[in-house]
Design a protein around this ligand. Structure first.
Ligand code: AMP
Length: 218
């Protein structure tokens, strides 16, 4: 059983690291970005409201995100543990998560910070592509799909996310430094924070979690 938060700037590889953990442990991978994108695609009320914030690289308001996470954490798969990817992103969200977990009598095991320089993020994200059907992640330089524009996994269309354009990325990094980076201190104080170099292996977080698990720390 693991309850872990992944924190890091956009492009740090939270989704990629989460995928390698999910492949090994039966825990719910909960990505607020993915849930929001599904809502945008499905044209739900939440999706319609969230879209304008997302396209501008801004954060969706806390109350909407917290409501969404309240229902997500109550789903059966989260009982086996969870990996939060992209949430919390503000101190208000971290406080709300703390209250939600208290209500459920649950506690966090670790908060993993993926560290990476801004310029590296810009380089990574402008070359990132995603499958519009199944969400598989590609990179035009490091990991292109076998056939250009076509997903290796499901044959879907491989596209660039609207918010992976350079101007929007710079905006998202600004938002991260301003609103999300205070969470680092927040979780240091709670003795939960672990720093990992995001430019290393795609399995770095998995390897770290396994070693702490072996030591009986989580
Ligand atoms: P991500 O895929 O995690 O980079 O998220 C994409 C976009 O979704 C962000 O730029 C925000 O607009 C929105 N978003 C995702 N998670 C959150 C969150 N926890 N709080 C507010 N907005 C979020």
């Amino acid at each position: 059983m693991m309850r872990v938060i992944l924190i890091g700037p956009p492009g740090a590889g939270k989704g990629t690291q989460a995928a390698s953990i999910k492949a090994k442990y039966p825990i719910a991978h909960i990505s607020t970005g993915d849930i929001l994108r599904e809502n945008v695609k499905g044209g739900t009320e939440l999706g319609i409201t969230a879209k304008t914030f997302m396209e501008a690289g801004k954060l969706v308001p806390d109350d909407l995100i917290v409501g969404m996470m309240r229902s997500r954490l109550a789903e059966p798969d989260a009982k086996e543990g969870f990996l939060l990817d992209g949430f919390p992103r503000t101190t208000a969200q971290a406080n709300a998560l703390g209250r939600l977990l208290d209500e459920m009598s649950l506690s966090l095991d670790a908060v993993v910070l993926l560290e990476i320089a801004d310029d590296e993020v810009v380089k990574r994200l402008t070359s990132r592509r995603v499958c519009s059907s199944c969400g598989a992640i590609y990179n035009v330089i490091a990991h292109p799909p076998k056939i250009e524009g076509v997903c290796d996994v499901c044959g879907g269309k491989v596209i660039q996310r609207d918010d992976d354009k350079e101007s929007v990325i710079r905006n998202r990094l600004g938002v991260y430094h301003e609103q999300t980076s205070p969470l680092v201190e927040y979780y240091v104080k709670k003795n939960l924070l672990h720093r990992i170099d995001a430019t290393g292996s795609q399995n770095a977080v998995l390897t770290f979690l396994e070693s702490t698990k072996d030591k009986g720390c989580i």
